[in-house]
Design a protein around this ligand. Structure first.
Ligand code: CA
Length: 465
């Protein structure tokens, strides 16, 4: 995939993460981007229930903050057959039977009948989640807006306090796992603002809803069963397991399956607790990074200056060159410092094209992306970690005069490129590799840096203004 396409998707992913759902898609390797595709079909037969639960499409009520509190009663925007209002109602009417139907699998996983009955007796479908799952924001955030929101002075100050207060634990975890304490502190700060934000929905209820209703039932059945296992095992109580609508919970925003894989009982109190046990929170985050290939003693990447006339075809996640090769191509570390090692391999990310800063991303950047497969997210984590360590803001400015294009503008961009003979695909509003290629050809034809970055500025040029 071309770098530009990756970038646009990343920013969309980042923006949707801010809205909530992406948190802790984590260890599953499925991130926000998977919400737009990779749709697994229902594994439940949608049969009429013998004892239908009464589910009325409630009138849209507003919570105090002005957001809808109840299901809209409308078809989902994905167009998936399981997301139509009728399909949602039918599945909701079958909810009790669907939950009961997961008992044999729960038993196979060692959940007792008493636990199953106790934890599932009060579950009810939370249909507002269907609106949240299918929300498709028209406007997405730019990478600099995203960084501004996530890496704030207040969060840096709070992070430094947390690091100082728990210095002994961070040191012990660093020694045990070889993972940089500032990266762990950055994840904790960005995922839950040090445990103060993380959602307040019952994880078991959300995952049961998603396991029985909507377009990702197979995926969420596994999450629901994992949540049941955690509760049965006694690591956490249902009151502690509260989180995002997608089921990510606690300080690290692990999904239940991620908790099963990565959570550790670092303080040996008999419970793995990533909600309010600080040693477990720090160690579980580090454990995940260790398994995801974090290289001890190395950083995630460097801000770099990209020379004028640079060939942006090199800015591609698939092009992993040594630092020495990048230097040969004229790339320099921003601020004039030398790179520590010429032999490290890195890819070049230019998240705002030629008018913004470039970054050389090392292997540890890919480890951060295993937490959430969005380049904007991983850049925010890496930068926040550097700031916690005492580092400075980026040296180069972002092109803040540019805005992210709306869907209508993306369509218009493709149509204008097609009219001028640069784009041969069908305009669809998705800025993939072909669009980037066409944009680069257009930019080259007018003597602009051919970075393939779809900005409001390049759209203006195409309009001929
Ligand atoms: Ca513990």
């Amino acid at each position: 995939m071309a770098a530009g396409a990756v970038l646009t998707m990343s920013v969309i992913g980042a923006a949707s993460m801010l809205a909530g759902p992406a948190h802790g898609q984590t260890a599953s390797g499925r991130g926000p981007l998977s919400w737009f595709g990779d749709i697994t079909g229902s594994i439940q037969q949608q049969q009429p229930s013998q004892a239908p639960r009464q589910v009325q499409p409630a009138p849209r009520r507003m919570a105090q903050n002005g957001t809808p509190k109840e299901w809209s009663g409308e078809d989902g925007a994905s167009g998936h057959p399981l997301m139509t209002a009728d399909a949602i109602r039918r599945s909701a009417a079958n909810f009790d039977r669907c939950v009961a139907g997961m008992w044999p699998e729960a038993a196979r996983r060692g959940v007792s009948q008493a636990s199953f009955e106790r934890f599932t007796q009060d579950l009810s479908p939370d249909l507002r989640i269907m609106d949240l799952m299918d929300s498709q924001p028209e406007f997405t955030k730019s990478v600099w807006d995203y960084l501004d929101i996530l890496v704030t002075d207040a969060r840096i100050a709070r992070g430094r306090e947390v690091l100082a207060k728990n210095a002994a634990t961070f040191a012990a975890v660093e020694k045990a796992y070889g993972v940089d304490r500032y990266i762990v502190a950055a994840i904790w700060g960005i995922e839950s603002n040090y445990g103060t934000q993380g959602g307040d929905r019952s994880v078991l209820n959300s995952t049961a809803t998603l396991a029985c209703i909507g377009r990702r039932q197979g995926y969420f059945k596994d999450e629901f069963l994992a949540a049941l296992e955690i509760l049965h095992h006694g690591d956490l109580t249902p009151q502690q397991m509260r989180g995002s609508w997608a089921g990510a919970f606690g300080a690290t925003q692990f999904m239940p399956t991620a908790f099963k894989k990565f959570a550790v009982d670092f303080d040996h109190d008999g419970k793995r607790n990533t909600v309010d046990d600080v040693p477990d929170i720090i160690a579980s985050t580090a454990a995940k990074f260790k398994k995801d290939g974090w290289a001890p003693g190395q950083t995630w990447g460097y801000e770099v200056e990209v020379p004028q006339g640079f060939n942006y075809l090199h800015a591609d996640r698939a092009k992993n060159y040594t630092i020495a090769q990048w230097e040969h191509l004229g790339v320099r570390r921003a601020g004039g410092k030398p790179f520590p090692r010429g032999t490290d391999k890195a890819f070049l990310l230019a998240p705002a094209g030629a008018d913004g800063p470039g970054f050389l991303m090392l292997g540890n950047f890919r480890s951060i992306m295993r937490y959430n497969p969005s380049e904007a997210y991983a850049l925010a984590i890496g930068h926040f970690a550097d700031r916690l360590r005492g580092g400075t803001p980026f040296v180069q400015a972002w092109p803040r005069q540019e805005r992210v294009l709306s869907r209508d503008e993306r369509l218009e961009l493709q149509q204008l490129l097609a009219q001028r003979g640069f784009y041969r695909g069908e305009p669809d509003g998705n800025l993939g590799g072909e669009t980037r290629k066409a944009l680069r050809s257009f930019q080259a034809s007018i003597g602009a840096p051919a970075d393939g970055f779809a900005s409001s500025g390049v759209l203006e040029r195409l309009r001929g203004r």
